[in-house]
Design a protein around this ligand. Structure first.
Ligand code: ADP
Length: 644
């Protein structure tokens, strides 16, 4: 009783509680994986931005190194010393990672003269050259800036204030102007007239450095892509550098074939290589091209304030600002896209994988829980059945034993006097001991069938003969219970393929049950017929039918389980072991047949054994033999003939 209570507690409290815990875990897992994905995406995006910034910074350093070297060739008055410039350029060439980066270095000593000078490091000299045609747009802009150089700009005013306060000029106050179409950079130097004289007309020295496009595209960009976007198996991202945003769209570098060709393609991130990294103001005024004096060398500089020290680390950084000639002018952008589609796609696939793994674990947990509960229920039902079985068997044994012992006692005590009484007592003892033997045999047989140790000899058997033999052997209990038996055997029934003894055992069990559960109608019918196909009897059925207590729909699902007895029959004190039907089913199936049951509560039941007819078996064997022979014929005709 207590264990039943515990079982119910497990069913109604523990199982729903565990299921609820599983659901809560699943929901938490789902939410948590969402948060993890969002964090992963943010982290990937920020590391992507860092890589892009690194790309841009390294590129700026690469170009900036030569700019700084060349710029330091100017003396304090703003005039370029050609010999020093050659020397500085040589120095740069020796230390540069890509010495071929620079195509030419030009300078215009005085913006009032049109003359352009070109450095020829091979001959340690400077030569006068005409302005190259591709410099035309830039030349005009430089002239405009030179003309405006007398008007102090915001930067010039700031610089003047810094000088007045005795502070060093801001390191990157003057950007190098970039003409991306050439590509070339230009830097203005102005002669120093002393503090506060910015309103005086000034001569400007322009330094112009022209870069080698092929070195940038074929050496620098691939190196930087490798450095910043390389993963465990090659590049993690497709990387491209494009000139875009203007009339001209040009793919300068692409890490993967086809990437960057379609300008509208969605990318994970992009960054401009010159000017502001993220925002672009097409058609704006262009770099604030004021002209300032050349900074004095560090040892001659006035005492610097603390922010100047901080700025000193940026001293080696050069700022580049693109010329903005017009609104339809493109800029150099580096664009990246994850190899697996996009950052979002990578994060989504990670999330899907995480969810699949964690939900898989939860499902496994749920299935394990369900199996444990089902197993526990089965075990407890089996234990209950076994207890019922022990009680049933004990009861079955006790009745004949009591009858035998009382009969034996009467004989022993000399209560039985005459021969006639002795015969009656003897018969009673014989009948009870037979019942006991039958019970023991049934239990043993069941055990044997469960271990599959017994083999059955399936051969053609005359079903009528089996039925008659069983009716004969059960006639005692049938007539004792006052039952009438209808025997209906289809005339000309072909032999059935079965084991005589096993089939008899099955029929005996069904007939005994019909008697036990046949109720007050005390009627049963044993019927045998054949189902024919193309004139050959395929299946032969034998049905034992009664008009007794019947079986409820709930019970009929369980009656073939070992030890199962419907509660109604247990309550009505109808004795049994719950082994008859499972045993019958096992035997029928061992003979290649099937056992089916139909019943209606209060109206009666019918149990049918379905077996193959021996005719069908013979026919099947014949067809198989023919098929085998045909296959053998085919094989021999296909084989080459070596006889000749
Ligand atoms: P037993 O008869 O020893 O209980 P069985 O395995 O033969 O064991 O039958 C299992 C259960 O099936 C019975 O306890 C009974 O509830 C039900 N049953 C079997 N045969 C019939 C029948 N002819 N009419 C009604 N109930 C039946």
């Amino acid at each position: 009783m207590k264990s039943a209570m515990k079982e119910r507690l497990l069913m109604w409290v523990a199982v729903p509680a565990l299921a609820a815990v599983l659901v809560v875990l699943a929901v938490m897992q789902y939410k948590w994986s969402g948060q993890v994905s969002a964090a992963t995406k943010a982290q990937m995006e920020s590391s992507l931005q860092m890589s892009l910034l690194g790309f841009r910074l390294d590129f700026t350093r690469e170009l900036g190194a030569v700019c700084l070297e060349v710029k330091s060739a100017a003396d304090e008055s703003g005039a370029v010393n050609p010999a020093k410039m050659v020397q500085q350029f040589r120095h740069w060439e020796q230390t540069a990672a890509h010495p071929g980066l620079v195509a030419h270095v030009y300078f215009q000593q005085n913006s009032r003269h049109k003359e352009l000078l070109r450095l020829d490091p091979g001959r340690d000299q400077v030569e006068t050259v005409p302005w190259p045609s591709e410099f035309e747009q830039m030349r005009q802009r430089l002239e405009e800036i030179s003309a405006l150089s007398n008007q102090p700009s915001a930067i010039a005013l700031r610089e003047r204030r810094r000088r007045a306060a005795g502070r060093a000029p801001f390191p990157d106050a003057i950007p190098w102007a970039v003409d991306q179409s050439i590509p070339a950079v230009a830097y203005p130097l102005r002669q120093h007239h002393g503090p506060g004289d910015e309103t005086q007309p000034t001569a400007i020295t322009w330094i112009i450095i022209q870069f080698n496009t092929s070195v940038i595209e074929k050496e620098i960009f691939p190196d930087l892509a490798q450095k910043y976007f390389n993963g465990r198996a090659g590049l993690d991202y497709h990387v491209a550098v494009l000139e875009r945003g203007g009339v001209r769209q040009r793919l300068m570098y692409s890490s993967s074939a086809g990437f960057g060709e379609n300008n509208d393609l969605p990318v994970d991130a992009s960054m401009s290589l010159f000017g502001p990294p993220f925002r672009r103001t097409p058609g704006g005024p262009g770099p604030e091209m004021v002209v300032t004096t050349v900074r004095p060398p560090p040892n001659e500089r006035p005492a610097q304030a603390s922010d100047d020290k901080r700025n000193a680390s940026f001293d080696r950084l050069v700022r580049f600002e693109p010329f903005r000639y017009s609104s339809d002018q493109g800029v150099w952008d580096v664009v990246v896209k994850n190899q697996k589609g996009s950052v979002q796609a990578v994060v989504s696939s990670l999330r899907r994988r995480n969810l699949m793994v964690s939900f898989g674990v939860l499902v496994l947990l749920a299935v394990t829980m369900a199996l444990i509960v089902i197993g526990a229920q089965r075990a407890s039902r089996l234990a209950r059945m076994q207890l019922d079985f022990v009680a049933g068997v004990s009861h079955e044994v006790r009745t004949p034993l009591a009858a035998i012992s009382s009969a034996a006692e009467n004989i022993a005590h000399g209560v039985v006097k005459d021969q006639q009484q002795l015969v009656r007592y003897g018969n009673s003892i014989l009948k009870q001991s037979r019942q006991l033997t039958h019970l023991v045999e049934q239990v043993l047989l069941f055990a044997a069938t469960q271990q599959s140790t017994r083999r059955y000899e399936v051969r053609p058997v005359d079903l009528g003969e089996v039925i008659d033999a069983v009716l004969e052997s059960t006639s005692g209990i049938v007539s004792a219970a006052g039952f009438s038996v209808e025997r209906q055997i289809e005339p000309g029934l072909p032999p059935v393929s079965a084991d005589f003894g096993a089939l008899a055992q099955c029929l005996q069990n069904l007939i005994t049950n019909a008697v036990k559960y046949g109720g007050s109608n005390r009627w049963m019918r044993v019927q045998a017929s054949a189902r024919k196909e193309k004139g050959i009897a395929r299946e032969i059925t034998v049905t034992v039918e009664d008009r007794g207590i019947g079986i409820s729909k709930k019970d009929i699902k369980h009656i073939f389980e070992p030890f199962y007895r419907s509660p109604a029959v247990t309550e009505s004190q109808i004795h049994g072991t719950g082994l008859g039907l499972p045993l019958t089913r096992t035997l029928v199936e061992a003979m290649g047949g099937q056992l089916s049951a139909e019943s209606e509560l209060g109206k009666g039941s019918s149990f049918t054994i379905h077996l193959s007819s021996a005719e069908a078996l013979v026919e099947e064997l014949r067809v198989r033999a023919e098929d085998r022979a045909a296959a053998a014929d085919k094989a021999s005709s296909a084989a080459p003939d070596y006889s000749s």
